[in-house]
Write a new protein. Structure first.
Ligand SMILES: [Zn+2]
Ligand SMILES: [Zn+2]
Length: 215
């Protein structure tokens, strides 16, 4: 079985399921490789997926493999796009390569390093790993949620995970954008930040979505 093609099919099935889709024709179309129908047959035989009529679905085994692939892909996007500041197109290309060979422990290290981001730069959810549970956070991350910064410390915003998209514009108008340097002045009863010469208070839902690198 062609591993790369199999992985791509699993991944597309996962993304399609996020949109409530399971059409066989759409899957084949989306992959755009003439070997796809043959690969799907083999995957069905191997127990990764189930095909019935125009419907394709992930089985438990396929679901686990797809979940790991998606997790690696979306974490790689965060790493290359937000931290290494590689352009979106190139980040996507690298993520598509790296997802096939990142080992589970390296994947968890990348996740920890990035402060366990809940979404990729496109806003899609990153499946959680073992490292994301509160009790397994051992590594000191490079990127952390604003709330983990100590009062008085400064950080550069690496990325923002908005609780709702409409907030991004409002945050941007306040200067809360990737690259801005902020100083955390207070955590309780509300978060108070200083950006340039402006001091502002934000609620905890917003503070939770701001990921910074301490400087
Ligand atoms: Zn993405
Ligand atoms: Zn994690």
């Amino acid at each position: 079985m062609d591993k790369k093609l199999t992985d791509e099919i699993l991944e597309l099935l996962w993304s399609m399921r996020e949109k409530g889709l399971k059409s066989y024709a759409r899957l084949v179309d989306g992959i755009g490789d003439k070997d796809t129908p043959e690969a799907i047959r083999k995957m069905e035989k191997a127990g990764l997926i189930t095909v019935s009529g125009d419907m394709v679905e992930l089985n438990v085994k396929g679901d686990h493999r797809a979940r790991d692939l998606i997790r690696r892909h979306r974490l790689a996007e965060r790493l290359f796009y937000d931290v290494l500041e590689v352009g979106m197109g190139e980040s996507e290309t690298v993520a598509c390569e790296i997802e096939h060979f990142l080992s589970p422990s390296v994947t968890d290290s990348v996740c920890s390093f990035l402060g366990h981001p809940p979404t990729c730069p496109h806003g899609k959810p990153i499946p959680r790993g073992e490292c994301c549970s509160k009790y397994k956070r051992s590594m000191r991350p490079l990127v952390m949620q604003l709330k983990e910064l100590e009062v008085g410390a400064k950080g550069r915003i690496v990325f923002i995970v908005p609780s709702d998209e409409s907030r991004i514009a409002r945050l941007a108008s306040l200067g809360i954008i990737p690259g801005s340097i902020i100083k955390l002045k207070q955590k309780k009863p509300s978060f108070v930040l200083k950006i340039d010469e402006t001091t502002l208070a934000v609620d905890s839902a917003i503070a939770e979505g701001i990921y910074v690198k301490q400087i």
